[in-house]
Design a protein around this ligand. Structure first.
Ligand code: ATP
Length: 198
């Protein structure tokens, strides 16, 4: 099985790229969605979040209290505390999922994560793909997608690394300043190459 990591900043086009890969037959795990699922389902993680951020982190029905936790983590500068709890569980579960997928015959396993290169290049990956687009373009696209405020998007971007400085970690760098169809075409070209290289 070929393992590929796909990364880039907010609005860079990671998800769009990965949706193309899914159509071409890849299995893709989206780290953000997967982390949210863990925070809702993993008993040990839920315990740790409550211990660190308080019982109010979940409501009486056991649902994550997103607004409370976002306030605690982002507004009160405790995002690192939350990441330290969530990220190790997330990577471990992704490793387990990869193993499962390998055993069931998956050919291309891809993980989409903005945080992929936070600690350098993960050694288990065969390929790393970095999607880049100009910041103004990313803000506009994220704005159109989320209907979120400009300031909010800029603030989230400011908390991410400068992805251009991570190019040396990548086997493929995708320029996504062009059209959507160009991005999809690039996704297919890289998929074909990755499959061929094996
Ligand atoms: P995030 O990290 O915020 O989830 P992302 O990197 O996954 O973002 P996408 O969700 O794939 O980015 O793209 C952001 C938005 O921009 C989407 O609505 C997508 O349809 C649009 N988009 C992506 N690439 C292009 C493009 N080349 N031209 C026009 N729109 C694009």
């Amino acid at each position: 099985m070929i393992k590929v990591g796909i990364t880039g900043g907010i609005g860079s086009g990671k998800t769009t790229f990965c949706k193309e890969w899914e159509k071409l037959g890849a299995f893709v795990v989206y780290a953000d969605d997967f982390a949210k699922q863990m925070m809702q389902e993993d008993a040990e993680l839920i315990r740790k979040i409550k211990d660190t951020f308080g019982e109010q982190s979940y409501d009486e029905k056991g649902n994550l209290n997103r607004s409370y936790l976002a306030e605690e983590a982002f507004q009160k500068g405790r995002i690192e505390d939350l990441n330290m709890l969530v990220h190790p569980v997330l990577w471990e579960k992704i490793r387990m999922l990869a193993k499962e997928k390998e055993e069931s015959g998956t050919h291309v396993f891809a993980e989409e994560a903005a945080i992929l290169l936070n600690n350098g290049r993960p050694k288990e990956l065969d390929y790393v793909i970095l999607i880049l687009a100009d910041q103004n373009e990313r803000i506009e696209r994220a704005f159109q997608r989320d209907q979120s405020s400009d300031t909010n998007i800029k603030e989230r971007i400011s908390k991410q690394p400068d992805f251009e400085s991570l190019m040396h970690f990548a086997d493929f760098v995708v320029d996504n300043n062009g059209s959507l169809s160009e991005l999809k075409m690039k996704a297919k070209q890289i998929y074909d190459k990755v499959k061929m290289i094996e």
